[in-house]
Structure formats: structure tokens, C-alpha cells
Write a protein that binds this ligand. Structure first.
Ligand code: ADP
Length: 155
């Protein structure tokens, strides 16, 4: 008998949850896509964040809803603005890995005031580190995890 209370056991379980179990599919656009194309993709794929990749499929940027809204407010034609001009770009992107803890990700989302992170796999290309996008974790995924744990406890 360990002497641990129910709430200690629950806390331990929550701390051990990893990104792998709660991730969703990433939606990416090429850096040469237009702001117009990105808006269409965001609607069609029903996501709030798009990840931007280069021609070799490595992560180069992130696009949020407000990034796209801001770019649409100007007088310029959204079809003529490439997303690479308005995206948040590497190395200023917060990423995570499949075996990271969900609690740590939730903390980062709060501290950085963002909605989600790309889940990446590091690749070494001629001594340079590149990032392949393998998944996505968002506030929605974490809310689902929260509900699932609460229901597991009671049923
Ligand atoms: P919104 O801008 O629609 O409120 P977010 O809060 O997710 O959505 O994004 C806020 C800003 O942070 C945007 O400019 C976006 O490009 C940037 N951003 C979003 N996710 C990340 C991330 N993982 N790393 C770095 N910057 C990000």
C-alpha cells in the first residue's frame, strides 16, 4: 500500500499524459501559397491554425486566423500576397514532440497566448536541424483530454 490518496493518483496520471495520445492531424500550406488560398484551406479543413512548409516539406511558419484577417484588412489583393510575408516564421515558432507532456504544452499555450503547436520530428540535413510536421496539438485537444479524464474517473 503506497498510501497515496485518490487525488494524488489522479494528479500523477494527468502529469503522465503525452501529446501522442491527444494529437490531431496537421494542416499545412506551401510558403508560396497566397493569403487567399490559405483562407480557403482554413475554412475547408476547419482548423484555426495552419502550418507553412517549404518545397522540401520542412516547417517554416505558422498562420493563425488573426494573421489572415489582418492581411485581409489592407487594400492589397489577398491573391497576390504570399503567406510567407505575413506568417510567424522560424525560429520564432514554438514546437513540441510526440512524447512531450500535455500539461507542459498547456502551460506553454497559456504563457505564449497561442492556440496550438505543431508536433515535429527533428531531421539533420547536412548538419542543419530541420523540422518535419507530424501532428498538431491545440486547446481543443487538451479540453477533450480534460473531459475524458473526468469521465473516466466517474464511470
Ligand atoms: P489568433 O491570432 O487567431 O488569436 P493565436 O493566438 O494562435 O491565434 O496566434 C497568435 C499569434 O501567434 C499569431 O501571430 C500566430 O502566427 C502566432 N502563433 C501561433 N501559433 C504559434 C506557435 N506555435 N509558435 C509561434 N507563434 C505562433
Amino acid at each position: 500500500f503506497t498510501g497515496k490518496t485518490g487525488s494524488q493518483l489522479l494528479t500523477e496520471r494527468i502529469k503522465k499524459l503525452t501529446v501522442k495520445a491527444y494529437q490531431s492531424i496537421p494542416v499545412v500550406v506551401n510558403e508560396s501559397a497566397s493569403v487567399y488560398d490559405a483562407i480557403c484551406t482554413m475554412f475547408l479543413e476547419d482548423v484555426g491554425t495552419l502550418f507553412v512548409v517549404n518545397s522540401e516539406s520542412y516547417l517554416v511558419g505558422v498562420l493563425s486566423r488573426k494573421d489572415l484577417l489582418r492581411a485581409s484588412m489592407g487594400k492589397q489583393d489577398t491573391e497576390s500576397i504570399p503567406v510567407s510575408i505575413i506568417m510567424t516564421r522560424m525560429p520564432n515558432i514554438t514546437t513540441c514532440k510526440l512524447d512531450d507532456y500535455v500539461v507542459d504544452i498547456a502551460n506553454q499555450l497559456i504563457n505564449k497566448q497561442i492556440d496550438g503547436l505543431p508536433i515535429v520530428k527533428e531531421v539533420n540535413v547536412g548538419g542543419e536541424t530541420k523540422y518535419e510536421v507530424v501532428g498538431r496539438i491545440t486547446k481543443t485537444n487538451i479540453t477533450k483530454a480534460f473531459v475524458q479524464i473526468a469521465l473516466d474517473e466517474f464511470y
